[in-house]
Design a binder for this molecule. Structure first.
Ligand SMILES: NC(=O)C1=CN([C@@H]2O[C@H](COP(=O)(O)OP(=O)(O)OC[C@H]3O[C@@H](n4cnc5c(N)ncnc54)[C@H](OP(=O)(O)O)[C@@H]3O)[C@@H](O)[C@H]2O)C=CC1
Ligand SMILES: CC(=O)N[C@@H](CCC(=O)OP(=O)(O)O)C(=O)O
Length: 306
C-alpha cells in the first residue's frame, strides 16, 4: 500500500507500540529524528507531507498538531482524548454500529476511543439501542488498568519505585474523569455514569465491570436476553468476542491481561437470577484495542485495506 504515515509522538507508550504493530507491514512509516521530534517547524512539515498522520500525543500537543495541518489531503487518526466529542471528528470504534466502519473508512479526521470507553461503550451501546438499558439508568462503572495507561512518565515512575509499590490505586475520585462524557455520549446515556478507575501493579491490560440491578431494568431485560443482544451485535466482528454464558459452566473470574499484545476484546455477562443482579464485563489491552491496536484497525479501514 503506497501510503505515507507520520507518527507524531513516536517515542511515547502508544507511539512505540504502534510502530511495533506496523513494522514490516504495508505502510511507509515516518517519524522525526530524536533532536527535532518536538520541533514545531519539523512537525508542521511532516504533518503536511504525509497521507495519514497518527497523533500519539498528550491532548494539548494533539490539538496543536491538528491545527498545524493545512494540506486538505492529509487525514488524521488522533489517539489522544483531545477530539473525542468534537464536531467534524468520527469516533474510531468500528463496532459502534453497522455504519461506523464505513464512516471511519471515508473520514478525514478520526478520533480513537479512550481505552476505558472502548470497553464501556461496547458493553452499553447495544443495550441502550435495543431498549434493554434505560438511557437514564444510574450506572457505576469500575475498571482496573495496567499502569501503562499513565503514559511514559507514569511507567518510568512505577518501575523505578519497584514492583508492589502500590498494589492497586483507585483514582478519579473527583468524579471528573475525562472518559465519563465520552462514555455518556457514545453509549447513548442520558446522564453521566459514575466512573471509578484504578491502576494495578501490572503493566498492561484492562478489566472493566458494570453492575446492573434487574429491578431497575425493563421486565424483558434478563441476563440471558442481555447476553443474546451482545452476542448478536458482535457476531462476525473480527476483534470483539462475547464469552459464552452457561449455567453449567458459569463465569467465575476475569483476567485483565488475557488480550495483551492483541487487538481483541472479550465481553461477558454474569448473572445471579435469585439476587436479581447482573455484571457486564470487558477485557482488553489498553495499548491494543484501547490505543495502538485500534489505531491500526482504523488505519487499515481508512486505507481501504479491510
Ligand atoms: N497509555 C494508554 O493506555 C493510552 C493512551 N492514550 C492516549 O494516547 C496519547 C498518548 O499516550 P501515551 O503514549 O500513553 O503517552 P506518553 O506520555 O507515553 O507519550 C506521549 C509522547 O508525546 C511526546 N510529546 C509530548 N509533547 C510533545 C510535543 N509538543 N511534540 C511532539 N511530541 C510530544 C512525548 O515526549 P516526551 O516523553 O519526551 O515528553 C511522548 O513521547 C495520550 O493522549 C493518551 O491519553 C489512549 C489510550 C490508551
Ligand atoms: C494519561 C491518562 O490520562 N491516562 C488515562 C488512561 C488512559 C487514557 O487516558 O487514555 P485516553 O487518553 O485515550 O483517554 C487515565 O489515567 O485515566
Amino acid at each position: 500500500m503506497d501510503l505515507n504515515i507520520f507518527i507524531d509522538g513516536d517515542q511515547g507508550t502508544t507511539g512505540l507500540d504502534l510502530q511495533n504493530r506496523l513494522r514490516g507491514g504495508e505502510f511507509r512509516i515516518h517519524t522525526l529524528p530524536e533532536g527535532v521530534r518536538k520541533d514545531a517547524a519539523a512537525r508542521r512539515a511532516a504533518l503536511n507531507a504525509c497521507d495519514i498522520a497518527i497523533l500519539c500525543l498528550p491532548d494539548a500537543a494533539a490539538r496543536e498538531a491538528a491545527a498545524m495541518i493545512e494540506n486538505p489531503a492529509v487525514r488524521v487518526i488522533d489517539a489522544s482524548s483531545a477530539h473525542r466529542t468534537s464536531p467534524g471528528w468520527v469516533y474510531g470504534l468500528p463496532e459502534l454500529d453497522a455504519g461506523q466502519g464505513e464512516r471511519i473508512a471515508s473520514a478525514s479526521r478520526v478520533t480513537n476511543p479512550g481505552c476505558y470507553p472502548t470497553a464501556a461503550v461496547a458493553l452499553l451501546r447495544p443495550l441502550t439501542d435495543a431498549g434493554l438499558l434505560p438511557a437514564d439508568y444510574p450506572l457505576t462503572i469500575h475498571a482496573v488498568s495496567g499502569y501503562s495507561g499513565q503514559g511514559r512518565a507514569g511507567v518510568q515512575a512505577r518501575e523505578a519505585a519497584g514492583a508492589g509499590a502500590h498494589a492497586l490505586t483507585v483514582y478519579g475520585l473527583a468524579l471528573e474523569h475525562k472518559h465519563a462524557p465520552e462514555i455518556e455520549a457514545y453509549a447513548g446515556l442520558a446522564q453521566r455514569p459514575i466512573f471509578v478507575p484504578a491502576y494495578g501493579s501490572y503493566r498492561q491490560g484492562i478489566v472493566l465491570t458494570i453492575g446492573l440491578h434487574a429491578r431497575l431494568l425493563p421486565a424483558h431485560a434478563s441476563g440471558a436476553r442481555i447476553h443474546e443482544c451482545l452476542a448478536q451485535r458482535y457476531r462476525g466482528a473480527a476483534h470483539v468476542r462475547v464469552l459464552p454464558m452457561s449455567s453449567a459452566a458459569p463465569l467465575t473470574e476475569l483476567d485483565p491481561q488475557v488480550h495483551n499484545g492483541s487487538n481483541d476484546m472479550s465481553l461477558s455477562v454474569a448473572c445471579n437470577e435469585r439476587m436479581g443482579q447482573i455484571v457486564l464485563g470487558a477485557v482488553l489491552d489498553n495499548l491494543g484495542k484501547g490505543a495502538a491496536g485500534a489505531a491500526v484497525q482504523n488505519l487499515r479501514l481508512m486505507a481501504g485495506a479491510s
